[in-house]
Design a protein around this ligand. Structure first.
Ligand code: ZN
Length: 296
C-alpha cells in the first residue's frame, strides 16, 4: 500500500517524526492519509521510548486541506475495489445524507483531531509553505507550532464552500475572535511572522533550516521528565477547556453540520457544500492573498 504517512524514529526513539508524504498533491488529506496519520500517532503514543512527536510534511507545502477531488480521493469513496473500508462504516451507509455526513465527519475529521490534541506525548507541528483549511486542523491539534519563514495559514472553506470554516473550529482561539472573523470572511492568509505575533507559532526559522532547528527544539522539550511534560500539557489543556474550548469546539462542529444540511437541502444533487456562483470555484481559485493592514 502507498505510504501517504511515514514514521521516522530519531535519537534512539526518543523523538518520532511523522511525515505527511503526499507532496505531489501538496499533502491533500485523503481518507487513506488520515487513517495512516492516526495509526502513526497511535504508534508514537504506545511507544514508551517516544517523548516528543514532530508532525512534518514532505514537499513545498504543509497541507492543502482535505482532498476534494483527486482521482485517488474519488476512488476511495466510491463503491468498488478501490474503496476505503471507512466509507462503509461509521455512518457512511445511512440513507439520510445529513446523518451520513454528520457521522463520517465526526469520526474522521473531528473526533480523531481531538484525540491527537489529547495525545499523551508532546507534539510539535513543523510547517512550511501553505497550511490551508484542514491543514490548520492538523497543526492546531499539536502542542507547539514551528514555522518556516515562508509559511502561510488560511481557511478558505467559507469563501470557497459556503461553510463556517473547518470542522475543528480552533480559529477564535488561535487567531483571536476578530482576526478569526476577518480571515474567514476574506479567505486571506496569515504569514509566519503574524502567526508568531499572535502567539500561534512559537518559532520562525529560514525554510532551509526548518527541519534541523525543529529537531533541536524537540530535543530541548524531550529533556523534560515525561511526567512533567504531560502535566504541563494537561494543565494548559484543562485551562482552555475550562475557558470553554472543548464545548465551543463541539458547538462549532454542530454549526458546521448545519451548514452542510443547508447546502444539502438546497442543492438538487444534495451536495453538502456551496457551489458557484454562490462561492468562488475551488478548482480554479487563485492563491490566497496575504492579510495586510493597509490593503482592503
Ligand atoms: Zn465538513
Amino acid at each position: 500500500m502507498t505510504e501517504l504517512v511515514t514514521y521516522e524514529p530519531l535519537d534512539e526513539g526518543r523523538i518520532a517524526r511523522i511525515w505527511l508524504n503526499r507532496p505531489e498533491v501538496h499533502n491533500a488529506q485523503s481518507r487513506t492519509l488520515l487513517i495512516q496519520l492516526d495509526e502513526a500517532f497511535v504508534r508514537a503514543e504506545a511507544d514508551d521510548a517516544v517523548r516528543v512527536v514532530i508532525l512534518a510534511a514532505r514537499g513545498r507545502n504543509f497541507s492543502a486541506g482535505h482532498d476534494m477531488g483527486s482521482d485517488e480521493a474519488l476512488a476511495e469513496r466510491t463503491a468498488g475495489p478501490g474503496q476505503h473500508p471507512s466509507f462503509t462504516d461509521h455512518g457512511a451507509t445511512r440513507a439520510g445524507r445529513v446523518e451520513a455526513v454528520y457521522l463520517q465527519e465526526w469520526h474522521y475529521y473531528f473526533e480523531n483531531t481531538c484525540r491527537w490534541r489529547n495525545l499523551r506525548k508532546i507534539t510539535i507541528a513543523q510547517v512550511q509553505g501553505n497550511a490551508i483549511s484542514a491543514g490548520l486542523m492538523l497543526i492546531w491539534a499539536c502542542d507547539l507550532i514551528v514555522a518556516a519563514d515562508n509559511a502561510r495559514f488560511s481557511d478558505v472553506v467559507a469563501v470557497r464552500l459556503g461553510m463556517p470554516g473547518v470542522e475543528y473550529y480552533g480559529h477564535p482561539w488561535e487567531f483571536g475572535p476578530r482576526k478569526a472573523k476577518e480571515l474567514l470572511l476574506t479567505g486571506d492568509s496569515l504569514d509566519a511572522d503574524e502567526a508568531y505575533r499572535l502567539g500561534m507559532v512559537s518559532k520562525v526559522f529560514p525554510v532551509d533550516e526548518l527541519e534541523a532547528k525543529t529537531l533541536q527544539f524537540a530535543r530541548r522539550i524531550a529533556e523534560r521528565p515525561t511526567i512533567a511534560a504531560l502535566l504541563v500539557k494537561d494543565s494548559v489543556n484543562a485551562a482552555t477547556d475550562a475557558m470553554g474550548f472543548a464545548e465551543a469546539l463541539r458547538h462549532g462542529f454542530h454549526i458546521h453540520q448545519l451548514g452542510h444540511a443547508h447546502w444539502s437541502a438546497l442543492n438538487d444533487d444534495k451536495h453538502p457544500c456551496g457551489k458557484p456562483p454562490d462561492v468562488e470555484d475551488w478548482r480554479t481559485a487563485q492563491a490566497t492573498q496575504l492579510a495586510r493592514r493597509d490593503s482592503p
